[in-house]
Design a protein around this ligand. Structure first.
Ligand code: SF4
Length: 536
């Protein structure tokens, strides 16, 4: 090899590569080995430990676990509390009214888990079946063959400095090749985004729509937690025009999972989802529950909400999409894990039988997974015109089981912002005293770690837009929608610019989705970097 020439990448070969060790990816890999133990299957995961980047509510339906893990109830995941009671409330600033629990949210027979802990619990079971698991392996790109079909993934190089130079610790990333690559990256995966763009997979579907979910795990003084109790709220602190609500799941050992979800189609660029979450915790009923407790861990993650209308084509030459990479979350149920696992198993069955990705799109669309989305397809977009219209649509859709011959279209979230025009909306917020004080204090509980001396993994591809247009029109909303305060406006001797505190990033992907000009591009940092969530 002559000087300056790039060495050939080392290549590993498998029959199937799964990108992402979430519930969809692990279910797919495990089912593949159950169906054909001779298949060589690997799962690559960007988190340092399996489950470290997973964040979800999460109340789950147990059917897919029954199908995948025999006898799991005798050896359940580390957090696994049977659902005991449901409560659904409409909050005002100082009070609340109990509403009938929507039938989709009846959790009888379901269990409350930490999805991160559940994936960590599934991982050794996958290994026992013969799956090769590679945590800390971040797939930087897809690899293509001469016919432009996906032929695997390229793992990111390690030991590159901020300017892109090789450090002493430099190790070139390998290429992992397989006839079939399964993308199970979760919501807004960066390889999935590229694949959708390259193959035009969304040509026939509406734009995908999203929300941001934030979650804290609390330990409370003895006697307050009612294990198995499931609370959801709508209303305050969100105004009529912003979709979202809270969840409070009572666990064991005096722990409670507290979370808040905001649709990313909000119109006010001054809105701050993190602040809305913190305000919710200061509703009198929540304050009384949390006061005197402590936060054990916290984090944030975007979630897909587009449902049937936004479902892209899920197959392409050499690769397929499953779980939230496809966008299978059932919004009215507030659940996606069962859909993710079922789609993973369906993909495995398709691969084991046909040894090709061709036909998987038809198989998914003919499955109960998509039938479930079809029944509720108008409920989430029904909230585009506010809370009350949304509730009315939800009632009609539920009563008719989605049989009315209409489908409400989804629109891209980032196109919904209203220009500022000097107007400031009053959110009717209260003073806060519960932790965390601010977004930076919250990041502490995510245990996020990135080597600062590596290329910034958040790229503003057209930084001129920030101060020639965005500042005036929208007031740089990236400084507010990011739950980790990664984006800050600084004005010093180097001029006015957006400073990117990439080391704080919790990989929620909100900036990649919600930036009004779509100039922010999230790419994966070095493998193993990012949050280290514990029991989220
Ligand atoms: Fe989420 Fe982007 Fe902020 Fe990272 S920088 S925490 S991906 S919004």
């Amino acid at each position: 090899m002559s000087e300056g020439e790039t060495p050939e990448r080392e290549v590993m070969e498998y029959d199937v590569i799964v990108v992402g060790a979430g519930p969809a990816g692990l279910a797919c890999a495990m089912r593949l080995k159950q169906l054909d133990e001779a298949l060589n299957v690997c799962v690559i995961e960007k988190a340092a430990e399996i489950g470290g980047h997973i964040l979800s509510g999460a109340v789950i339906e147990t059917g897919p676990l029954d199908a995948l893990v025999e006898g799991w109830r005798e050896d359940p995941p580390p957090i696994c509390v049977p659902a005991a009671s449901d409560e659904f409330r409409l909050l005002t600033k100082t009070g609340s009214r109990r509403l009938p629990t929507p039938p989709q949210q009846n959790n009888h027979g379901n269990v409350i888990v930490s999805l991160g802990a559940m994936c960590a619990w599934l991982a050794p079971k996958a290994e026992a079946l013969g799956v090769d698991l590679f945590p800390g392996f971040a797939a930087a790109d897809l690899a293509y063959d001469d016919n432009d079909a996906v032929r695997g993934v390229i793992i990111g190089d390690m030991g590159v400095d901020r300017e892109g130079n090789e450090k002493d610790t430099y190790v070139q990333g390998i290429e992992i090749r397989a006839p079939i690559t399964v993308l199970a990256e979760g919501c807004r995966g960066h390889l999935t985004k590229r694949a959708i763009g390259k193959y035009g997979l969304d040509a026939e579907s509406d734009p995908q729509t999203y929300a941001i979910g934030m979650k804290e795990l609390w330990k409370l003084p003895e006697g307050r937690v009612k294990p198995g109790h499931i609370q959801h709220t709508i209303g305050w602190p969100l105004p009529n025009g912003i979709y979202g609500g809270s969840f409070v799941y009572h666990l064991d050992k005096d722990r409670v999972a507290v979370g808040f979800v905001c649709g990313l189609d909000y119109q006010d660029p001054d809105f701050t989802p993190f602040e809305a979450f913190q305000q919710f915790k200061h509703h009198p009923s929540m304050h009384a529950l949390l006061e005197g407790g402590e936060i054990l861990s916290s984090g944030a993650r975007a979630l897909v909400e587009g449902g049937l209308q936004s479902l892209p084509r899920v197959e392409m030459p050499g690769a397929m999409l499953i779980g939230d990479s496809a966008g299978l979350l059932n919004v009215p149920k507030i659940k996606g894990t069962h859909q993710a696992m079922k789609s993973g198993m369906l993909a495995a069955e398709h691969i084991a039988e046909h040894r090709t990705t061709t036909g998987f799109d038809d198989a998914l669309r003919a499955s109960e997974i998509v039938a479930e989305l079809n029944k509720v397809r108008n409920i989430r977009p029904g909230f585009q015109k506010g809370l009350w219209r949304g509730l009315l649509t939800a009632v009609v859709e539920t009563v008719t089981a989605g049989k009315l011959p209409r489908t409400i279209a989804n629109h891209a979230d980032h196109e919904q912002y209203r220009k500022r025009n000097g107007k400031v909306f009053d959110y009717d917020y209260v003073d806060r005293d519960l932790p965390p004080r601010d977004r930076l204090a919250s990041v502490y509980f995510a245990s996020t770690e990135h080597d600062e001396d590596q290329p910034v993994h958040l790229k503003i591809v057209d930084p001129d837009v920030c101060f020639t247009k965005c500042e005036e029109e929208y007031g740089n909303p990236c400084t507010r929608f990011c739950p980790a305060n990664v984006y800050e406006v600084v004005d010093d001797e180097d001029g006015k610019r957006i400073q990117i505190n990439a080391a704080n990033c919790v990989h929620c992907k909100t900036c990649d989705i919600a930036d009004p000009y779509q100039v922010i591009n999230w790419v994966t940092p070095e493998g193993g970097a990012g949050p280290n969530y514990s029991n989220l």
